[in-house]
Design a protein around this ligand. Structure first.
Ligand SMILES: CC(C)(COP(=O)([O-])OP(=O)([O-])OC[C@H]1O[C@@H](n2cnc3c(N)ncnc32)[C@H](O)[C@@H]1OP(=O)([O-])[O-])[C@@H](O)C(=O)NCCC(=O)NCCSC(=O)C[C@@](C)(O)CC(=O)[O-]
Ligand SMILES: NC(=O)C1=CN([C@@H]2O[C@H](COP(=O)(O)OP(=O)(O)OC[C@H]3O[C@@H](n4cnc5c(N)ncnc54)[C@H](O)[C@@H]3O)[C@@H](O)[C@H]2O)C=CC1
Length: 438
């Protein structure tokens, strides 16, 4: 019997007791493990407990840093929260590669956020359109109480439009609203505006007799969209194609093979998904380290990758006039205020490391992290193969799985210095070493 109504009302300790009694054979070990991850600073632990609900412990992710990122002629060290081996090394490797080649250049192409009120209307479309035209300015004004501070900062509501979706779903219309939320990701601000607007919209429709018994208007829901194709940032690297590597011939060969790999990801969805996963290795790690919402970013980015009706690469590469260009264009709705940004001590630390950027500056850093990550991965894929570098970094994880001692780790890493690491190869070598030492 594992159901427990009223679970949320239990204390933290009661929740842990219930969990370990019902799901774990060794209650003491389960309890000990959970407590091992608690912070000794009670205030700090309470802060983390309250970020979400039913918290029983903390789940650590490694926090790494990738130095040497030259972005628009300014040097950055980028914080990355990620569990996967070789990602931070790959970012650092790409940063180092581009450091003496002019670095990364970036531009924010737009910052528009979106929210929608989804509703049904069973009356005449023309009546709805006339009503909307007449009331449009009033609708915007009715939100002033909520938007006035954002307006003072230079943001607020850009536009409200009525969209007819009845050809796709009977009676379905939208109010499509665009926003400028400046340094806030804006989800809560947008949702608050939308819910108020929906209420005003419905009330006005009733007052102005747009609705009647036969012409019903029903608000289905009001919510921001995580698809933000006009909240877009671009990052690029460029360098003479014959000067990417020490030998000009090898360099041009490398550039062409690299471009071919990117073109494959442009036309082949199976490859595009993995290619973009590599990009998200970099993006998600910095999004997490800076306390941003990685689910929102992931959803928006992948929708953008499929914007032309087919899932495709987020990066492009070309040679023009003997110059190799590699770039990314990516939608990123980020905040440097709001959410966890002023609450989580490590998020504040990350933002300070980045020079306390505003949201536009953070968009540029994160786009660079994605481009760098993709450069490192595709460079490996088209030269040594991914396993050589990745498994070199993963070696410690394998050794830790087998509880290798310090001496064993040293012996095995030395053994594999010039060899490609494989799981079975490491296990075999460790067994051999242990047998020799018996
Ligand atoms: C792994 C490397 C970097 C080795 O690359 P390497 O050339 O053997 O490295 P190195 O030992 O010569 O060092 C060169 C630089 O790399 C960095 N570096 C090197 N080692 C470390 C380390 N231990 N810790 C921190 N940084 C490290 C560091 O910047 C270092 O410079 P230094 O600091 O010495 O001046 C390279 O092979 C690489 O970039 N590989 C790509 C790895 C990758 O993309 N991993 C992601 C996981 S695989 C995946 O999920 C995505 C994928 C690949 O499927 C996506 C796709 O298919 O497109
Ligand atoms: N679908 C989604 O993505 C959803 C996400 N969320 C969550 O919402 C949170 C983000 O919402 P926000 O409204 O951004 O955060 P928030 O609710 O903390 O609000 C940030 C506020 O900061 C203030 N502010 C101060 N200085 C500012 C400046 N320079 N620029 C802009 N605003 C400034 C504004 O009043 C703004 O509304 C995230 O935690 C996200 O996970 C919530 C609901 C849905």
């Amino acid at each position: 019997m594992k159901a427990k109504k009223g679970f949320s009302k239990l204390s933290k300790q009661e929740k842990i007791n219930w969990l370990s009694q019902h799901y774990f054979s060794d209650i003491d070990t389960a309890n000990k493990l959970l407590k091992q991850y608690w912070n000794t600073d009670e205030k700090l632990q309470k802060l983390h407990d309250e970020f979400t609900e039913n918290t029983i412990t903390n789940y650590y992710l490694p926090y790494g840093i990738a130095p040497n990122f030259l972005i628009n002629n300014k040097l950055f060290t980028i914080p990355m929260a990620i569990e996967e081996s070789s990602v931070v090394a790959a970012a650092s490797n790409a940063a180092k590669f581009w450091l003496d080649k002019g670095g990364f250049h970036t531009k924010v192409l737009g910052t528009e956020k979106v929210g929608q009120i989804h509703f049904t209307y069973t009356g005449k479309k023309q009546d709805l359109e006339d009503f909307f035209q007449q009331q449009q300015a009033y609708f915007k004004d009715s939100l002033t109480e909520i938007t006035k501070n954002m307006q003072k900062r230079g943001g607020g509501i850009n536009q409200i439009s009525l969209v007819d979706k009845t050809s796709e779903l009977e009676h379905y219309y939208q109010l499509h609203v665009t926003f400028e939320t400046l340094d806030a990701m804006g989800a809560n601000f947008i949702n608050t505006c939308l819910e108020k607007l929906a209420k005003t919209f419905k009330e006005t429709a009733i007052n102005k007799q747009l609705c009647s018994k036969n012409n019903s208007l029903e608000i289905i829901m009001s919510i921001l969209s995580n698809y933000v194709p006009n909240c877009l940032v671009r990052a690029e690297v460029a360098h003479p194609a014959d000067k990417l590597l020490p030998n000009p011939e090898d360099s041009i060969k490398f550039a062409h093979k690299f471009i071919e790999a990117v073109k494959i990801a442009e036309i082949e969805p199976y490859r595009a998904v993995t290619h973009n996963k590599g990009i998200m290795n970099g993006i998600d790690a910095v999004v997490l380290a800076t306390g941003n919402d990685f689910r929102a970013v992931e959803a928006g980015v992948h929708a953008y990758a499929a914007r032309n009706g087919k899932y495709s690469s987020l990066t492009t590469a070309k040679i023009e006039n003997n110059v190799f260009y590699f770039s990314i264009e990516i939608p990123l709705a980020l905040g440097t205020v709001g959410g966890l940004t002023s609450l989580h001590p490590l998020v504040k630390f990350s933002l300070e490391m980045l020079g306390n950027p505003n949201a536009k500056e953070l968009m540029q850093v994160i786009a660079v992290a994605g481009l760098a990550q993709n450069f490192a991965a595709v460079k490996s894929l088209t030269t040594t193969g991914i396993q050589e570098g990745h498994m070199k970094m993963h070696l410690l994880n394998i050794l830790n799985q087998f509880e290798a001692t310090k001496q064993e780790k040293l012996a095995i890493t030395t053994l594999f210095k010039d060899k490609t690491v494989s799981h079975s190869g490491v296990v075999e070598a460790l067994e051999k070493l242990r047998n020799e030492n018996i």
